[in-house]
Design a protein around this ligand. Structure first.
Ligand code: SF4
Length: 644
């Protein structure tokens, strides 16, 4: 007798990854009167353990399932044990909720949040019984749509998707579901007609309607529409006001990466760290009120049974009301055992005070992200914290009972020298000395580094990545220095960073490399035990492409880029200016507290329109607030004084 899908699930390492049936998962009828017209599968191209920690996936699942005319189910990349069983038994990959194969859905939305997951996308499609190339799909195949931040540099994945939904998913998901419903009601049509109709939706990029051309030297000449249904540029969609938070998320049976309740208290960040893609595209900041967060937290904790609540944001302690919010939450739910997690904290004593308030006695590891060791480098990347801020934060933390500090730094940043890296060791040693003074032998300090990856839509999108040999030398400096100082040190594999750099700024030709690498066995490249750079080297060679051309080449500031037809709303003029300010070691203030920097979002966001009007008034009336503030901050961080 043939083995059933559920029997296969029983044979794997962690059946809960594929079984479904968790609290708040939603199962709707597929057939019969009242069955929803639109069937959506939401896929995360990595393990359940990671995908279930993705707040965006849960939000979209909730939005679609609130509709009577649609259902949403989930699917994640199977780990190799399950994939082997599926392939050996000729079984397709199925959804967790109703065990329908992926090819049976109308719409398959795939989250692209990390470029090194690209081969997993091809694996998902293949296992789900869907042709991997959009051009090979038939009328009744699902519509495959990508979302997430990596969809903003779509070209390396262009042949595999019918469309890319650019921007914030809550803005677009209902329009896409409406589109699919109407498309089905109208009796569908050819794939070409489908693509032309999809291109009419704001914020939807349909790659089959565009062509990339190259000059005689092989450099990109441009990516232009070849169909009059396609606009020249596609602008990403942005929510003006955050929708209500998710208060009934699915509660996994097994431990996942973020095993706790989560509320997004703020979206966006305008601190302006120049390497940070999220900070450059998720603008302006949009905050939830204390009242909204406290009310939602009550529902969330009651609905899930969690005691730990994560206050999510790119920079949580930048929320204007973070202190009253934390106190209000603890006052309301502290006696029920609430513990609050702050995923990201600013480097200053204020943030440690906030961390103190949430810890209420249970203090262990405090995480800070100075990003660079020297003040010069911090100024160039616009991370406007001083060594004094950092040492004060360490002093405050260790003297108030914290026993461990973890510090994030980035290695290989633009203009970095070995001296800047040696400064990381010096600072870590000083933090360790402070720890010893207050906590004796219990004090722990950890330096955790990532490698700088130049990303699209940032001021560093034109720059060469630091080469692997230099990264290895700087890792050695850190390893030896941290060892001498009694500081733990962790680092990232330079080759994996090279792959990420190529995939982050690739053109359409890289798609062939991705497909070849996948056929050669590349998958789960984010996982060290699976990443094999030699596969990618062979795949690049097979297509006559050199990864160094993508990763290690400085682009001219005016040369066409593979993502030029994608309008993130942050203008190239602003990004070029920020790169020039990097070279001049000039700083840019955070527009949340200071005047607007005219980054481009004024064209699509009402709040920004207001801020830019203020700026115009300032100039008209001779108000020097912006200049004075810039001078004051520049003096504090020791940056050159500039007229702005
Ligand atoms: S337009 Fe101005 S206010 Fe809006 S995000 Fe950009 S710099 Fe900030």
């Amino acid at each position: 007798m043939a083995t059933t899908y559920d029997e296969l699930i029983d044979q794997v390492q962690r059946p809960a990854r594929y079984a479904g049936g968790e609290l708040h998962s939603i199962v709707k009828d597929w057939e019969g009167p009242g069955a929803p017209e639109v069937r959506v599968a939401l896929a995360y191209p990595d393990l359940y353990d990671l995908g279930m920690s993705n707040l965006g996936l849960g939000i979209l699942y909730d939005i679609v399932n609130r509709r009577e005319d649609a259902l949403a189910e989930r699917v994640f990349s199977p780990w190799t044990d399950f994939e082997d069983l599926l392939r050996a038994n000729g079984e397709p990959l199925r959804s967790l909720e109703t065990r329908h194969a992926l090819h049976e859905f109308d719409l398959l939305g795939i989250s692209l949040s990390y470029e090194v997951c690209f081969t997993n996308v091809l694996n998902l499609l293949d296992l789900g019984g869907i042709p991997i190339h959009a051009a090979d799909r038939a009328e009744d195949d699902p519509i495959i749509v990508a979302g997430g931040s990596a969809a903003l540099e779509p070209e390396p994945m262009a042949p595999f998707f019918d469309a890319f939904a650019l921007g914030e998913g809550e803005e677009l998901i209902d329009e896409l579901v409406d589109f699919v419903r109407d498309w089905k009601r109208a009796g569908r049509g050819s794939r070409t007609e489908l693509h032309r109709a999809l291109a009419a939706l704001d914020g939807v990029y349909v790659p089959s309607l565009y062509e990339a051309t190259y000059d005689a030297d092989g450099y990109l000449d441009g990516t232009r529409p070849v169909d009059d249904a396609a606009p020249d540029r596609i602008t990403r969609r942005v929510m003006q006001v955050l929708p209500p938070p998710l208060t009934k998320p699915i509660v996994p049976f097994m431990e996942v990466v973020h095993d706790r309740a989560a509320i997004e208290i703020q979206r966006g960040c305008t601190q302006g760290c120049r390497f940070c893609q999220a900070g450059m595209i998720y603008r302006p900041t949009r905050e939830r009120s204390v009242e909204e967060v406290v009310e939602a937290a009550g529902e969330l904790l009651a609905n899930t049974g969690y005691h730990e609540l994560s206050l999510m944001s790119l920079s949580t302690t930048d929320h204007r009301d973070i202190v009253p919010m934390v106190h209000a939450l603890m006052d309301a739910y502290g006696d029920r055992g609430l513990r609050i997690g702050l995923p990201s904290t600013r480097v200053d004593s204020f943030s440690v005070e906030v961390a103190d308030a949430v810890a209420r006695g249970k203090k262990h590891t405090l995480t800070l992200a100075p990003e660079a060791g020297s003040q010069r480098l911090r100024n160039t990347i616009n991370k406007l914290v001083t060594e004094e801020d950092l040492l004060n934060a360490a002093e405050h933390a260790f003297s108030n009972g914290w026993t461990s500090i973890k510090m994030y730094f980035m290695v290989g940043q633009p203009t970095e020298t070995d001296f800047d890296v040696e400064e990381i060791v010096r600072i870590a040693s000083e933090v360790k000395a402070i720890g010893k003074r207050h906590q004796g032998g219990r004090a722990r300090v950890r330096v955790s580094t990532s490698n700088f990856i130049p990303k699209a839509h940032t001021p560093y999108q034109w720059l060469a990545q630091c080469d692997a040999e230099t990264l290895r030398r700087r890792h050695r400096i850190l390893r030896e220095g941290c060892k001498r100082a009694g500081v733990q040190f962790t680092w990232e594999d330079p080759e994996k960073s090279l792959l990420e750099a190529v995939l982050s700024r690739g053109d359409r030709r890289v798609a062939e490399v991705i497909e070849t690498a996948w056929r050669m066995g590349a998958k789960f490249d984010a996982w060290s035990e699976h990443h094999d750079w030699s596969i990618w080297e062979r795949a690049f060679a097979e297509h006559g492409l050199d990864p160094a051309d993508y990763a290690y080449r400085h682009r001219d500031l005016w040369e066409p880029l593979p993502w030029d037809h994608v309008d993130s709303a942050t203008t190239k003029a602003f990004l070029r200016g920020e790169w020039m300010r990097t070279l001049n070691e000039e700083i840019t203030l955070d527009c949340k507290r200071d005047p607007c920097n005219v980054c481009g979002h004024q064209d699509i966001n009402g709040e920004c329109t207001h801020k830019i009007s203020e700026l115009v008034t300032m100039h008209r009336t001779g108000d020097t607030t912006k200049h004075d503030r810039t001078v004051a901050v520049a003096e504090r961080v020791g940056a050159p004084l500039t007229l702005v």
